[in-house]
Write a protein that binds this ligand. Structure first.
Ligand code: MN
Length: 482
Protein backbone atom coordinates (compact mmCIF):
# COMPACT_ATOMS: atom_id res chain seq x y z
CA UNK A 1 0.00 0.00 0.00
CA UNK A 2 1.31 3.42 -0.82
CA UNK A 3 0.43 6.67 0.86
CA UNK A 4 -1.84 9.18 -0.82
CA UNK A 5 -0.16 12.10 0.88
CA UNK A 6 1.52 14.37 -1.63
CA UNK A 7 4.67 14.90 0.39
CA UNK A 8 6.90 12.70 -1.75
CA UNK A 9 9.94 14.85 -1.07
CA UNK A 10 10.12 13.61 2.51
CA UNK A 11 10.66 9.98 1.52
CA UNK A 12 13.94 9.24 3.25
CA UNK A 13 16.78 8.07 1.05
CA UNK A 14 17.98 4.59 2.00
CA UNK A 15 20.98 5.07 4.24
CA UNK A 16 22.97 3.20 6.83
CA UNK A 17 22.60 6.03 9.30
CA UNK A 18 19.58 5.69 11.54
CA UNK A 19 17.68 8.82 12.60
CA UNK A 20 19.05 10.27 15.86
CA UNK A 21 15.77 9.38 17.61
CA UNK A 22 16.29 5.65 17.09
CA UNK A 23 18.29 5.35 20.32
CA UNK A 24 17.38 6.75 23.75
CA UNK A 25 20.96 7.28 24.86
CA UNK A 26 21.90 8.67 21.44
CA UNK A 27 19.02 11.14 21.63
CA UNK A 28 19.97 12.25 25.16
CA UNK A 29 23.53 12.75 23.90
CA UNK A 30 22.19 14.83 21.03
CA UNK A 31 20.13 16.96 23.44
CA UNK A 32 23.22 17.44 25.62
CA UNK A 33 25.36 18.56 22.66
CA UNK A 34 22.72 21.09 21.63
CA UNK A 35 22.19 22.55 25.12
CA UNK A 36 18.85 20.89 25.83
CA UNK A 37 19.68 18.47 28.65
CA UNK A 38 19.54 19.85 32.20
CA UNK A 39 21.36 17.94 34.93
CA UNK A 40 19.61 18.21 38.29
CA UNK A 41 21.55 18.24 41.53
CA UNK A 42 21.58 14.81 43.20
CA UNK A 43 18.90 13.87 45.67
CA UNK A 44 15.96 15.73 44.17
CA UNK A 45 12.89 14.15 45.76
CA UNK A 46 10.83 11.63 43.78
CA UNK A 47 7.73 13.07 45.41
CA UNK A 48 6.96 16.32 43.49
CA UNK A 49 10.66 17.28 43.12
CA UNK A 50 11.26 15.55 39.78
CA UNK A 51 7.91 16.64 38.30
CA UNK A 52 8.33 20.23 39.52
CA UNK A 53 11.70 20.69 37.84
CA UNK A 54 10.58 18.83 34.69
CA UNK A 55 7.52 21.10 34.45
CA UNK A 56 9.60 24.26 34.88
CA UNK A 57 11.89 23.16 32.03
CA UNK A 58 9.06 21.75 29.89
CA UNK A 59 9.58 22.63 26.23
CA UNK A 60 13.03 24.12 26.91
CA UNK A 61 15.13 21.15 27.89
CA UNK A 62 14.93 17.55 28.94
CA UNK A 63 16.11 16.88 32.47
CA UNK A 64 18.05 14.08 34.10
CA UNK A 65 17.96 13.43 37.84
CA UNK A 66 20.83 11.46 39.41
CA UNK A 67 20.07 9.62 42.64
CA UNK A 68 16.50 10.91 43.06
CA UNK A 69 15.58 10.48 46.74
CA UNK A 70 18.85 8.56 47.00
CA UNK A 71 17.79 5.87 44.49
CA UNK A 72 20.76 4.57 42.43
CA UNK A 73 18.85 4.75 39.11
CA UNK A 74 18.60 8.17 37.41
CA UNK A 75 15.27 9.51 36.11
CA UNK A 76 14.92 11.34 32.79
CA UNK A 77 11.94 13.41 31.62
CA UNK A 78 10.92 15.71 28.77
CA UNK A 79 12.50 13.78 25.88
CA UNK A 80 10.08 15.07 23.25
CA UNK A 81 8.52 18.29 24.47
CA UNK A 82 8.36 20.20 21.18
CA UNK A 83 7.05 19.37 17.73
CA UNK A 84 10.36 20.40 16.23
CA UNK A 85 12.21 17.90 18.49
CA UNK A 86 10.00 15.10 17.19
CA UNK A 87 10.86 16.07 13.62
CA UNK A 88 14.53 16.21 14.56
CA UNK A 89 14.37 12.76 16.18
CA UNK A 90 12.77 11.44 13.00
CA UNK A 91 15.31 13.16 10.76
CA UNK A 92 12.88 15.26 8.72
CA UNK A 93 11.91 18.97 8.59
CA UNK A 94 8.98 19.86 10.85
CA UNK A 95 6.72 20.46 7.84
CA UNK A 96 7.19 16.80 6.88
CA UNK A 97 6.73 15.21 10.32
CA UNK A 98 3.03 14.39 9.93
CA UNK A 99 3.45 13.02 6.40
CA UNK A 100 6.44 10.92 7.42
CA UNK A 101 4.59 9.51 10.42
CA UNK A 102 1.55 8.63 8.34
CA UNK A 103 3.68 6.90 5.71
CA UNK A 104 5.32 4.82 8.45
CA UNK A 105 1.83 3.78 9.65
CA UNK A 106 0.88 2.70 6.14
CA UNK A 107 4.17 0.96 5.37
CA UNK A 108 5.11 -0.83 8.61
CA UNK A 109 8.43 -2.65 8.78
CA UNK A 110 8.44 -6.04 10.62
CA UNK A 111 10.84 -6.33 13.54
CA UNK A 112 13.84 -8.62 13.74
CA UNK A 113 14.29 -10.98 16.69
CA UNK A 114 17.57 -11.23 18.56
CA UNK A 115 18.51 -13.78 21.23
CA UNK A 116 20.65 -11.55 23.44
CA UNK A 117 19.53 -8.08 24.38
CA UNK A 118 20.74 -5.21 26.56
CA UNK A 119 17.30 -5.01 28.20
CA UNK A 120 17.90 -8.48 29.71
CA UNK A 121 21.43 -7.93 31.04
CA UNK A 122 20.05 -8.07 34.58
CA UNK A 123 17.16 -10.37 35.53
CA UNK A 124 15.06 -10.20 38.70
CA UNK A 125 12.58 -13.03 39.22
CA UNK A 126 11.25 -11.22 42.28
CA UNK A 127 9.76 -7.78 41.61
CA UNK A 128 9.82 -5.04 44.20
CA UNK A 129 8.80 -1.93 42.31
CA UNK A 130 9.73 0.87 44.66
CA UNK A 131 13.01 -0.75 45.61
CA UNK A 132 14.10 -1.50 42.03
CA UNK A 133 12.68 1.54 40.19
CA UNK A 134 12.78 5.28 41.01
CA UNK A 135 9.08 5.91 40.39
CA UNK A 136 8.07 9.55 40.99
CA UNK A 137 4.88 11.01 42.41
CA UNK A 138 3.90 13.77 40.00
CA UNK A 139 0.85 15.84 40.90
CA UNK A 140 -0.63 17.01 44.18
CA UNK A 141 -3.56 14.59 44.49
CA UNK A 142 -2.07 11.61 42.61
CA UNK A 143 -2.80 8.46 44.59
CA UNK A 144 0.93 7.80 44.80
CA UNK A 145 3.76 6.68 42.55
CA UNK A 146 2.80 6.05 38.92
CA UNK A 147 4.66 4.53 35.99
CA UNK A 148 3.78 6.93 33.18
CA UNK A 149 6.15 6.15 30.31
CA UNK A 150 5.59 2.39 30.25
CA UNK A 151 4.78 0.90 26.85
CA UNK A 152 2.30 -1.86 27.55
CA UNK A 153 2.80 -4.61 24.97
CA UNK A 154 0.18 -7.32 24.65
CA UNK A 155 -0.07 -10.25 22.25
CA UNK A 156 -3.17 -11.92 20.91
CA UNK A 157 -2.75 -15.56 21.90
CA UNK A 158 -4.48 -16.85 18.74
CA UNK A 159 -2.74 -14.75 16.06
CA UNK A 160 0.45 -13.69 17.84
CA UNK A 161 -0.08 -10.09 16.69
CA UNK A 162 1.08 -7.57 19.26
CA UNK A 163 -0.34 -4.25 20.37
CA UNK A 164 1.51 -1.36 22.00
CA UNK A 165 -0.03 1.43 24.06
CA UNK A 166 0.79 3.62 27.04
CA UNK A 167 -1.39 3.43 30.15
CA UNK A 168 -1.08 5.11 33.50
CA UNK A 169 0.07 2.47 35.97
CA UNK A 170 -0.43 2.95 39.69
CA UNK A 171 1.97 1.23 42.08
CA UNK A 172 -0.49 -0.81 44.14
CA UNK A 173 1.98 -3.19 45.78
CA UNK A 174 5.55 -4.48 45.43
CA UNK A 175 4.66 -6.50 42.32
CA UNK A 176 1.19 -5.15 41.51
CA UNK A 177 -0.05 -2.31 39.34
CA UNK A 178 -3.43 -0.69 38.78
CA UNK A 179 -4.08 0.19 35.11
CA UNK A 180 -6.49 2.43 33.23
CA UNK A 181 -7.46 0.68 29.98
CA UNK A 182 -9.48 2.94 27.70
CA UNK A 183 -11.72 1.23 25.09
CA UNK A 184 -9.06 0.43 22.49
CA UNK A 185 -6.94 -2.50 21.38
CA UNK A 186 -5.34 -3.67 24.65
CA UNK A 187 -8.75 -3.77 26.30
CA UNK A 188 -10.21 -5.77 23.44
CA UNK A 189 -7.33 -8.31 23.61
CA UNK A 190 -7.93 -8.58 27.35
CA UNK A 191 -11.70 -8.98 27.11
CA UNK A 192 -11.28 -11.88 24.69
CA UNK A 193 -8.99 -13.65 27.18
CA UNK A 194 -11.11 -12.80 30.17
CA UNK A 195 -14.15 -14.41 28.52
CA UNK A 196 -12.10 -17.63 28.46
CA UNK A 197 -11.26 -17.12 32.12
CA UNK A 198 -7.57 -16.52 31.37
CA UNK A 199 -5.13 -13.73 32.19
CA UNK A 200 -3.51 -11.75 29.36
CA UNK A 201 0.29 -11.87 29.20
CA UNK A 202 1.88 -8.46 28.86
CA UNK A 203 5.16 -6.60 29.13
CA UNK A 204 5.68 -3.03 30.29
CA UNK A 205 8.70 -1.41 28.67
CA UNK A 206 10.24 1.70 30.23
CA UNK A 207 13.01 3.76 28.64
CA UNK A 208 12.61 3.33 24.89
CA UNK A 209 13.97 5.38 22.00
CA UNK A 210 11.95 8.45 20.89
CA UNK A 211 10.80 6.84 17.63
CA UNK A 212 9.35 3.82 19.44
CA UNK A 213 7.77 6.18 21.95
CA UNK A 214 6.05 8.07 19.12
CA UNK A 215 5.13 4.85 17.28
CA UNK A 216 3.41 3.52 20.41
CA UNK A 217 0.82 6.28 19.93
CA UNK A 218 0.07 5.49 16.27
CA UNK A 219 -3.61 5.08 15.47
CA UNK A 220 -3.38 1.96 13.32
CA UNK A 221 -5.72 -1.05 12.88
CA UNK A 222 -6.00 -3.61 15.68
CA UNK A 223 -4.05 -6.24 13.71
CA UNK A 224 -1.00 -4.00 13.31
CA UNK A 225 1.92 -4.07 15.79
CA UNK A 226 3.00 -0.51 16.58
CA UNK A 227 6.61 -1.72 16.91
CA UNK A 228 6.52 -2.15 13.11
CA UNK A 229 5.70 1.55 12.79
CA UNK A 230 8.82 2.24 14.83
CA UNK A 231 10.81 0.12 12.36
CA UNK A 232 9.40 2.12 9.46
CA UNK A 233 10.26 5.42 11.17
CA UNK A 234 13.85 4.31 11.78
CA UNK A 235 14.09 2.86 8.26
CA UNK A 236 15.40 -0.44 9.60
CA UNK A 237 13.74 -3.35 11.45
CA UNK A 238 13.50 -2.78 15.21
CA UNK A 239 15.47 -5.42 17.15
CA UNK A 240 13.23 -7.22 19.66
CA UNK A 241 13.76 -10.00 22.17
CA UNK A 242 11.37 -12.54 23.68
CA UNK A 243 10.47 -11.98 27.32
CA UNK A 244 11.78 -14.45 29.86
CA UNK A 245 8.44 -15.51 31.38
CA UNK A 246 6.11 -15.12 28.37
CA UNK A 247 6.00 -14.79 24.55
CA UNK A 248 5.86 -11.00 24.28
CA UNK A 249 8.58 -9.46 22.08
CA UNK A 250 10.02 -6.22 23.48
CA UNK A 251 12.48 -3.64 22.09
CA UNK A 252 15.93 -5.14 22.74
CA UNK A 253 17.54 -1.78 23.53
CA UNK A 254 15.01 -0.78 26.20
CA UNK A 255 16.18 0.23 29.68
CA UNK A 256 13.61 -1.74 31.72
CA UNK A 257 11.08 -4.50 31.01
CA UNK A 258 8.42 -5.58 33.50
CA UNK A 259 6.86 -8.93 32.61
CA UNK A 260 3.43 -9.84 33.90
CA UNK A 261 -0.26 -10.48 33.37
CA UNK A 262 -3.47 -8.48 33.26
CA UNK A 263 -5.58 -10.45 35.72
CA UNK A 264 -8.95 -11.88 34.64
CA UNK A 265 -11.93 -11.15 36.92
CA UNK A 266 -9.87 -8.84 39.16
CA UNK A 267 -10.55 -5.11 39.64
CA UNK A 268 -9.07 -2.88 42.33
CA UNK A 269 -9.22 0.85 43.13
CA UNK A 270 -6.98 3.05 40.94
CA UNK A 271 -6.57 6.85 40.91
CA UNK A 272 -6.82 9.73 41.23
CA UNK A 273 -4.11 10.70 38.75
CA UNK A 274 -3.25 14.03 37.05
CA UNK A 275 -4.09 13.57 33.36
CA UNK A 276 -3.46 15.36 30.04
CA UNK A 277 -6.44 17.74 30.30
CA UNK A 278 -4.79 19.18 33.49
CA UNK A 279 -7.40 17.55 35.71
CA UNK A 280 -7.42 14.40 37.80
CA UNK A 281 -8.73 11.13 36.42
CA UNK A 282 -10.91 9.83 39.25
CA UNK A 283 -10.50 6.86 41.51
CA UNK A 284 -12.48 3.79 40.43
CA UNK A 285 -12.31 -0.01 40.24
CA UNK A 286 -9.88 -0.75 37.42
CA UNK A 287 -7.73 -3.48 35.86
CA UNK A 288 -4.83 -5.05 37.71
CA UNK A 289 -1.39 -6.19 36.53
CA UNK A 290 0.50 -8.90 38.42
CA UNK A 291 4.25 -8.76 37.74
CA UNK A 292 6.36 -11.90 37.32
CA UNK A 293 9.81 -10.57 36.46
CA UNK A 294 11.87 -7.44 35.91
CA UNK A 295 14.77 -7.26 33.48
CA UNK A 296 16.96 -4.27 32.73
CA UNK A 297 20.20 -2.95 31.32
CA UNK A 298 23.31 -2.59 33.39
CA UNK A 299 23.25 0.97 34.84
CA UNK A 300 19.74 1.68 33.53
CA UNK A 301 17.91 4.99 33.07
CA UNK A 302 14.26 5.38 34.10
CA UNK A 303 11.94 7.56 31.96
CA UNK A 304 8.95 9.38 33.41
CA UNK A 305 6.35 11.50 31.56
CA UNK A 306 4.83 14.19 33.77
CA UNK A 307 1.03 14.15 33.48
CA UNK A 308 -0.29 17.19 31.63
CA UNK A 309 3.16 18.35 30.43
CA UNK A 310 4.07 19.05 26.81
CA UNK A 311 5.63 15.63 26.34
CA UNK A 312 2.33 14.06 27.41
CA UNK A 313 0.26 16.36 25.18
CA UNK A 314 2.41 16.15 22.05
CA UNK A 315 2.99 12.39 22.19
CA UNK A 316 -0.74 11.94 21.85
CA UNK A 317 -1.24 14.83 19.43
CA UNK A 318 1.22 14.28 16.60
CA UNK A 319 0.25 10.67 15.74
CA UNK A 320 -3.42 11.65 15.88
CA UNK A 321 -2.90 14.54 13.48
CA UNK A 322 -1.22 12.13 11.05
CA UNK A 323 -4.04 9.61 11.14
CA UNK A 324 -6.85 12.20 11.03
CA UNK A 325 -5.28 13.92 8.02
CA UNK A 326 -5.00 10.75 5.99
CA UNK A 327 -8.41 9.47 7.11
CA UNK A 328 -10.31 12.69 6.31
CA UNK A 329 -8.46 13.33 3.05
CA UNK A 330 -9.84 10.15 1.55
CA UNK A 331 -13.28 11.76 1.37
CA UNK A 332 -12.25 15.43 1.35
CA UNK A 333 -9.39 16.26 -1.03
CA UNK A 334 -9.92 19.96 -0.19
CA UNK A 335 -8.41 19.32 3.28
CA UNK A 336 -4.90 20.78 3.16
CA UNK A 337 -3.73 20.70 6.77
CA UNK A 338 -4.96 20.27 10.32
CA UNK A 339 -3.85 20.94 13.87
CA UNK A 340 -4.71 19.70 17.35
CA UNK A 341 -4.03 22.81 19.41
CA UNK A 342 -2.11 22.79 22.68
CA UNK A 343 -4.83 24.84 24.41
CA UNK A 344 -7.25 22.08 23.41
CA UNK A 345 -4.96 19.55 25.19
CA UNK A 346 -3.78 18.23 21.75
CA UNK A 347 -6.94 16.10 21.80
CA UNK A 348 -10.17 18.16 22.01
CA UNK A 349 -9.71 21.08 19.59
CA UNK A 350 -9.16 20.35 15.92
CA UNK A 351 -8.47 23.10 13.38
CA UNK A 352 -9.01 22.23 9.70
CA UNK A 353 -7.54 24.13 6.76
CA UNK A 354 -9.57 23.87 3.54
CA UNK A 355 -8.63 24.85 0.00
CA UNK A 356 -11.70 26.29 -1.82
CA UNK A 357 -14.33 23.96 -0.34
CA UNK A 358 -17.55 23.59 -2.34
CA UNK A 359 -20.78 25.09 -0.92
CA UNK A 360 -21.58 23.28 2.35
CA UNK A 361 -18.47 21.10 2.20
CA UNK A 362 -16.85 22.65 5.27
CA UNK A 363 -19.85 21.54 7.33
CA UNK A 364 -19.64 17.97 5.97
CA UNK A 365 -15.96 17.89 6.82
CA UNK A 366 -16.64 19.11 10.35
CA UNK A 367 -19.20 16.33 10.82
CA UNK A 368 -16.75 13.73 9.51
CA UNK A 369 -14.09 15.05 11.90
CA UNK A 370 -16.35 14.39 14.91
CA UNK A 371 -16.38 10.76 13.82
CA UNK A 372 -12.60 10.48 13.48
CA UNK A 373 -12.09 10.11 17.25
CA UNK A 374 -14.39 10.45 20.26
CA UNK A 375 -11.98 12.90 21.91
CA UNK A 376 -12.63 15.56 19.24
CA UNK A 377 -14.99 18.07 20.79
CA UNK A 378 -14.69 21.44 18.98
CA UNK A 379 -13.77 21.73 15.30
CA UNK A 380 -12.97 24.98 13.48
CA UNK A 381 -12.69 25.12 9.68
CA UNK A 382 -10.65 27.91 8.04
CA UNK A 383 -9.33 28.79 4.56
CA UNK A 384 -5.76 28.47 3.26
CA UNK A 385 -4.95 32.13 4.03
CA UNK A 386 -5.13 31.19 7.75
CA UNK A 387 -2.29 29.30 9.44
CA UNK A 388 -3.99 26.41 11.28
CA UNK A 389 -0.93 25.95 13.49
CA UNK A 390 -1.40 29.46 14.91
CA UNK A 391 -4.36 29.62 17.34
CA UNK A 392 -4.30 33.45 17.11
CA UNK A 393 -4.95 33.28 13.37
CA UNK A 394 -7.71 30.73 13.82
CA UNK A 395 -9.36 33.02 16.37
CA UNK A 396 -9.08 35.86 13.85
CA UNK A 397 -10.96 33.77 11.29
CA UNK A 398 -13.69 33.02 13.84
CA UNK A 399 -13.87 36.71 14.74
CA UNK A 400 -14.25 37.92 11.16
CA UNK A 401 -15.73 35.09 9.07
CA UNK A 402 -18.05 33.22 11.42
CA UNK A 403 -21.69 33.99 12.27
CA UNK A 404 -23.15 31.78 14.98
CA UNK A 405 -26.69 31.68 13.54
CA UNK A 406 -25.39 30.51 10.17
CA UNK A 407 -22.06 28.74 10.69
CA UNK A 408 -22.47 26.82 13.95
CA UNK A 409 -22.95 23.06 14.17
CA UNK A 410 -24.12 21.64 17.48
CA UNK A 411 -24.63 17.97 18.35
CA UNK A 412 -25.67 17.00 21.86
CA UNK A 413 -25.24 13.78 23.80
CA UNK A 414 -22.42 12.29 21.72
CA UNK A 415 -19.51 10.12 22.88
CA UNK A 416 -16.71 12.28 24.21
CA UNK A 417 -13.70 12.05 26.51
CA UNK A 418 -14.28 10.65 29.99
CA UNK A 419 -11.32 12.74 31.14
CA UNK A 420 -13.12 15.98 30.18
CA UNK A 421 -14.65 17.03 33.52
CA UNK A 422 -17.41 19.01 31.78
CA UNK A 423 -18.70 15.83 30.13
CA UNK A 424 -21.21 13.61 31.91
CA UNK A 425 -19.12 10.46 32.28
CA UNK A 426 -17.95 10.85 28.70
CA UNK A 427 -21.28 12.01 27.26
CA UNK A 428 -20.41 15.25 25.51
CA UNK A 429 -21.62 17.93 23.09
CA UNK A 430 -19.81 18.51 19.80
CA UNK A 431 -19.45 21.99 18.32
CA UNK A 432 -18.29 22.91 14.85
CA UNK A 433 -17.47 26.44 13.69
CA UNK A 434 -17.35 27.01 9.95
CA UNK A 435 -15.03 30.04 9.70
CA UNK A 436 -14.41 29.69 5.98
CA UNK A 437 -15.38 32.50 3.63
CA UNK A 438 -18.90 32.00 2.23
CA UNK A 439 -18.76 30.78 -1.37
CA UNK A 440 -21.00 33.56 -2.71
CA UNK A 441 -19.08 36.40 -0.98
CA UNK A 442 -17.73 39.16 -3.24
CA UNK A 443 -13.97 38.67 -3.58
CA UNK A 444 -12.82 41.96 -2.01
CA UNK A 445 -15.01 41.54 1.06
CA UNK A 446 -12.82 38.84 2.63
CA UNK A 447 -9.47 39.67 1.04
CA UNK A 448 -6.86 40.01 3.80
CA UNK A 449 -4.92 43.25 3.82
CA UNK A 450 -1.33 42.79 2.81
CA UNK A 451 1.74 44.90 2.01
CA UNK A 452 3.19 43.70 -1.31
CA UNK A 453 6.79 42.54 -1.03
CA UNK A 454 6.80 42.57 2.80
CA UNK A 455 7.90 38.97 3.23
CA UNK A 456 10.84 39.30 0.82
CA UNK A 457 12.45 42.32 2.51
CA UNK A 458 16.04 41.79 3.72
CA UNK A 459 15.83 43.38 7.16
CA UNK A 460 19.50 42.72 8.00
CA UNK A 461 20.43 45.07 5.15
CA UNK A 462 17.62 47.58 5.55
CA UNK A 463 17.58 48.36 9.29
CA UNK A 464 19.90 48.51 12.33
CA UNK A 465 19.23 49.37 16.00
CA UNK A 466 18.86 53.18 16.30
CA UNK A 467 21.97 54.85 17.83
CA UNK A 468 21.86 57.30 20.73
CA UNK A 469 22.00 60.35 18.43
CA UNK A 470 19.09 59.07 16.38
CA UNK A 471 17.33 62.44 16.42
CA UNK A 472 20.27 64.38 14.93
CA UNK A 473 20.95 61.66 12.38
CA UNK A 474 17.36 61.55 11.23
CA UNK A 475 16.36 65.20 11.34
CA UNK A 476 19.71 66.78 10.37
CA UNK A 477 21.43 64.44 7.97
CA UNK A 478 24.92 65.82 7.10
CA UNK A 479 24.63 64.95 3.48
CA UNK A 480 21.85 64.66 1.01
CA UNK A 481 19.02 67.06 0.10
CA UNK A 482 18.01 69.77 2.55
MN1 MN B 1 -3.09 -0.74 18.31
Amino acid sequence: MSSKLPIEASRREPSNRLPVGSSLRGWLDHLQKTGRLALASPDVELRFGVAGIANRLDGTSASIFPQPSGHPVPVVSGLLSQRSWMAEATGVPQSELIGTFERACQNPLPWTEVSEAPCQQIVHRQVNLTEQLPIPVHNEYDHGAYITAGLLIARRPDTGVQNVSIHRLQVSGPDRLGALLLPRHTLSFFQEQERLGADLDIAIVIGVDPLTLMASQAIVPIDQDELEVSGALRGSPLPVVKCITNDIRVPAEAEFVLEGRLLAQVREPEGPFGEFPQYYGQRAERHVVQLDALTHRKSPIYHTIVGGGLEHLLLGGIPREASFLSHLRRSFPCLKDLHLSQGGTCRYHLFLQLDKPKAGEAKNLILAAFGAHYDIKHVIAVDTDVDVHDPGQVEWAVATRFQADRDLILVGGAQGSKLDPSSIDGLSAKMGLDATVPIEAPEMKFTRIRVPGQEELDLDRLVTPAPQDWIRRTTEPEEGPR
